[in-house]
Structures are given as C-alpha cells and as structure tokens.
Design a protein around this ligand. Structure first.
Ligand code: AMP
Length: 606
C-alpha cells in the first residue's frame, strides 16, 4: 500500500493536453491525494485498487488518466464504469463529459434501469467511447449484444462495496468474466470487505494499491461543528451563519478557484468585506489580500487549500469549510488557520448527506468529535438584527449628533397629521429596514437528523434507522426460486429500475414460482407500472399487491428462502440483518425522486 499526499501539480502527472485544458477550465488547482496516487499507475496501464470514498475526488482520479489514454478515432466503447446506482452512473457520466469537454467527437452514455431503454440503445448505436452503467443493465446489454466491448481498454468498478451491499457482486463478476482479458481494471471502494478483496485478487492483475493517509490531531482550542446540508442551499446557510456568528476574521474554504471567486463576489454583493485567494493570483496579489485580512480591511477570505497554506493571521476567529476537504489531513491544515497565537477558534464544516462518510473519517483521524449544529433560526436572526438596530440608534445618541433639524421636521409632521412620536418613529424604522427586514422567517427545514437518522449519528457509523413495519405493504412478484432468482436480484432490480432506495426495501421471501417483498405503502400507479415491467432473470416482475393469505408457511413441503442468513458464504451480501430471519428495511421511507415519479410514501419523514 502506498500512502501519499501531494504537492504535485496536474501538469506534472503526464495527463493529455485535452484533459489538462479541461482541468484548467473547471478550476481544479491541485490533484487531490487519491488523484496524485492513482493517476500515474493508471496512465501506465496498471490495475489499481483504491480505498476512497465519495468526496475524495475519486471520479477524476480514474476519469482523467483513462481519458488521457483514449483513442479518439475509435467510436467503440473503450472505458466501462460500473456503478451501484443510477444517480452515481449519471454523475460519473457527467464528470466524464466535463473532463472530456475538449476531446473531439467524445461521447459518453450512462445506462441504467428505468424507462429510457430506447434512448440508451440509440446512443450506444451511435457510438460512445465511455459507458457508465449499473451492473444489471450492463449485463442486459451485453447479453442482448447491444453493447460492444470488444475494444474495451479499461474497466472501473466504482463504489465496489456498495455494489456488494446491493447484491450486484455476481453480476459484476459476470461482467468481469465477459470483458477482454487484457483490459485494465481499477477498483474503488470505501471499505474492503473480504468479498471485494477476493474479486480484486481473482480479476485484477497485480494491482497497485492506494490508501490515503489519514492522520493527525487538531488543537483543542478549536471548537469544531458541522452542518448537514439539507433544506437550504449552502450560500443561504452561509449568509445566515455570517449574520449571527460573532466572527472577527474568517477563512472560507472552497474546492475550486472558480468557486472562490464566485463565492467572494456573492458575499461582497451581500455587503461583506470579502475577497478570493487562489493559485491564479500572483504572489504579490495574494500577499496583499492576506495583509488586508490582517489589517481588518477584509473580514472574509475565500480560499483554496493551496493558496491558504500557512496563513497565520491572529484575527481569523473562524474557518468555514464550504466544501468538505478530501481527507482529514487537509481538514487539519484548514482549521489550523484559526486558533492562532493561543486564541480560541471555531471551525464550521458543511457536509452534504452523501459526504457523511468523510465526516466520520475526519472525526476518527483527528480523534475529536465534530458536533452537529443547526442553522440559526429566524428568531435568532431577528434577535440579532434587532440588537444591531438598537445599537445603531445608540450610536447616533452617543455621537451627540445635532438632531434639531429632524426634531423640528417631525414635530411639524406630528402636528399636521395628528400622529404620536411613537407612530412616526415606527414608520421611520419600517422605512429604514425595508431592504433588510428586522423580522425574519425562514421556511422550516428538515433537520440533519432527519437526513442522517438519529441512530446513525449516535452510533458514529453509517447505519440507518428502521422503517416501521406498519408503513410497509406486502407485494407479490411473479418470479421465484425456479427462475433462479436471489433476494439480491430483487433488491437490485427494484432499487435501480423503480428508483426506490434499497434501504426501503423490506422483507423478501422466495417461493418456487413467485416471491413476496415488503415495500413502502402508497406507491403510485406510475411506480407500480414501472415495477410490473421490471425484469429479473429475464422475467417481468408483474408486481401486484399481495392481499391473499400471508405466505408465512413453506409452500408444499418446501422451505421458503428468506433474505435472512443463509449458510456462510452464500448469504445475500450484507443487505439483510444477519440476526433476524426477515429482511427489515433500515431507514425511513423516502423515494429518491419523489417529485418526478409522483410517488408518495405515507410515512415520508414521519
Ligand atoms: P468525487 O469524490 O469524485 O465525488 O468528487 C468530489 C468533488 O470534488 C466533485 O465535486 C469534484 O468536482 C471535486 N474535485 C475533484 N477533484 C478535484 C480537484 N483536484 N480540485 C478541486 N475539486 C475537485
């Protein structure tokens, strides 16, 4: 295992000119540690195993080198990426598009379950150098002969542990067995369970292993909190925090150079003395910016990691991680910009729900808990604005300004209009605050706990809360053991094809000719329609509500196989509670894309 962090530049890695131009235009300043470690061996054509999670920059870690090796003359697929969910497949495909924006005739096709088979077929037929897909759908296309991988150079298994958890590992192996032997393979996984290690040793050729160093303690004089991004966008959240949080100087960290400029401009427009600090600025300008922060001409500097390295400004009372850093080391560097010279400091971290693993990693590596914070409420902001307003009035009196002209004016108005001095003062206060109302009301937002699940945080691990059985309904599927169906197939098909998160898929029982599954109550006819057509082992599920007798007993002398434990080594991987015989859903019921699909589960966010 190599453990690497980096001071390298993208230009030193041997990436193609096309790719370097794209990096420049998306504004990445420096390779993230996983990128610095993965890009060189991938460019050499080696296989790699990378332990990395979402948020570390792992997509670019494989996309950039593989795109650099692309034969643009050739239209057949050269790169195939397998991803556990349609969301990830789409996201990875979009990342490829971004990084390949300068490559002529470049095409990438995401293929996943759902409605648009015809569109996917059309795109595949037209020719695409990169295909990103979920294992089931990729297998489907390979079987039908609609995906030609005879020219495949590289295969990427993204979030391999997640594919295992969702029951796709057999499909993944099937695909590995059906791709050209001389292909290059990159496997990325946040964790390395035994089954994933087995896949790596069986199907990868002497892989270069990469693990990103996690380290170091953080100062105890720095209070650390995080806000789980939900309900409010990051910019609004930031401005709310800026309004209430008593800070002197602040460094806000963003990932890209472009983001530092955009954010600094938005903050300036909102009246803050803010400026960007990034690697595009020359040394002199950077130094001047830091000087201005030191002298109090600036209160906020929005910086990239590289540009902020080593800043030592005593009045920086706060560090705000607008974008989560790639690893704990970067986090430690960042928050070390506050709490200087024996002062106390505060570090605030924005974490998107899908980045929560990184939060746990940072906590573990720094051996310091990062406390959850809620955004300031409307009342808190109101109270703050009222205080400021009163202070402004005090300031006028304290400055002993000559008010006689205004006194006469208002006495005159009061006399002419029969208004009391209080009424007139209220009207003036109203006028004064018009642009920035004193009374603030925010739309209620879902708390982080609703997103994360309380037990999840409290256990410090990515476990999920359970769905109440009463919120589930039993359905019958017209596929069973005689069709060689396994619980993992059903979970995978429903999760990907109907876009229902796997954690909401409950108890599965297999019978010879059919099976039953517990799913959220209240699915719309549209979702049912999709589920009827979904195919498992090439047979339609033909789902229907199961209102008949409970099939709790084994049919005709046969034991039903459940999603629960099977003999060691044969268990549906990781999906079900190993202690119970039944597969219970593990979290609250929420459709991944409720609005679009018109799906309404009754117990949403209950
Ligand atoms: P990933 O871990 O692949 O999901 O990437 C997480 C985020 O980091 C994405 O929004 C990328 O655009 C961004 N990112 C990836 N590499 C870099 C880099 N070298 N510099 C700045 N941002 C990056």
């Amino acid at each position: 295992m190599s453990e690497e962090t980096t001071d390298l530049l993208f230009t030193e890695l041997g990436l193609s000119e096309y790719v370097l131009q794209a990096i420049q235009s998306v504004g990445y300043e420096q390779p993230s540690p996983i990128q610095a470690a993965a890009i060189p061996p991938l460019l050499e054509g080696r296989d790699i195993v990378g332990m990395a999670q979402t948020g570390t920059g792992k997509t670019a870690a494989f996309a950039l080198p593989l795109l650099s090796r692309l034969n643009t003359e050739q239209r057949q697929p050269q790169i195939l990426v397998l991803a556990p969910t349609r969301e990830l497949a789409i996201q990875v495909a979009e990342a490829f598009k971004r990084y390949a924006s300068n490559i002529p005739n470049f095409q990438v096709v995401p293929i996943y379950g759902g409605s648009d088979m015809a569109g996917q077929l059309r795109q595949l037929k037209r020719g695409a150098q990169v295909v990103v897909g979920t294992p089931g759908r990729v297998m489907d296309h390979l079987r039908r002969g609609t995906l030609d991988i005879s020219k495949l150079q590289s295969l990427v298994l993204d979030e391999a542990d997640e594919m295992l958890r969702m029951g796709f590992i057999d499909d993944v192996e099937w695909i590995l067995e059906h791709t050209p032997k001389e292909r290059q393979t990159a496997l990325f996984s946040a964790t390395m369970p035994k089954q994933i290690k087995n896949v790596a040793s069986k199907h990868l050729n002497n892989p270069h292993e990469i693990r990103i160093k996690s380290s170091t303690a953080t100062g105890e004089n720095i209070e650390q909190v995080y806000w789980m991004v939900s309900g409010t966008n990051k910019l609004d959240a930031l401005t709310r925090i800026l309004e209430v949080e008593p800070f002197e100087g602040m460094i806000i960290f963003a990932r890209t150079k472009n983001a530092t400029v955009e954010l600094a401009e938005k903050l300036e427009a909102r009246g803050y003395a803010a400026s960007a600090l990034n690697g595009d600025m020359n040394q002199q300008l950077r130094e001047r910016t830091i000087e201005r922060l030191k002298s109090g001409k600036l209160d906020i500097v929005v910086a990239t990691d590289v540009a902020a390295r080593g800043i030592d400004v005593e009045r920086v009372s706060h560090v705000l991680n607008y974008d989560i850093p790639y690893d704990s080391e970067a986090y430690v560097h960042r928050i070390g910009r506050t709490g200087r010279a024996g002062r106390t400091g505060k570090a605030i971290l924005f974490v998107a729900p899908r980045e929560k693993r990184l939060l746990y990693t940072i906590e573990k590596a720094t051996r310091q808990p990062i406390k959850h914070m809620e955004l300031p409420t409307g009342e808190a902001v109101t109270a703050h604005r009222i205080d400021q307003f009163k202070q402004q009035i005090d300031d006028v009196f304290n400055a002993a300004v000559d008010l006689s002209f205004y006194n006469d004016l208002l006495a005159d108005y009061s006399h002419q209009n029969d208004r009391s001095p209080e009424e007139i003062a209220s009207a003036m206060a109203y006028l004064l605050q018009k642009e920035r109302p004193l009374q603030v009301k925010f739309a209620p937002v879902k708390s982080e706990r609703a997103v994360l699940g309380k037990s999840d945080r409290d256990n410090k691990g990515p476990k999920k809360a359970r769905v109440n059985d009463a919120d589930l309904q039993r359905y019958r599927l017209e596929v069973g053991r005689s069709h060689e169906v396994r619980p993992g197939d059903i979970v995978g098909a429903i999760a990907n094809e109907a876009n229902i998160d796997s954690q909401y898929i409950g108890h599965i029982k297999l019978f010879d000719e059919f099976s039953t599954v517990d799913l959220p109550k209240g699915m719309t006819p549209e979702v049912m329609q999709v589920l009827k057509k979904v195919r498992v082992r090439n047979r339609p599920l033909n789902i229907s509500e199961d209102n008949g007798p409970r099939h709790d007993g084994p049919p005709a002398g046969k034991k039903p196989r459940t999603g629960g434990p099977k003999p060691e080594g044969k268990r549906a991987p990781g999906k079900f509670d190993s202690k119970s015989k039944t597969a219970k859903p593990k979290s609250k019921v929420r459709h991944k894309d409720q609005k679009n699909k018109g799906y309404r589960a009754k117990n949403v966010d209950s």
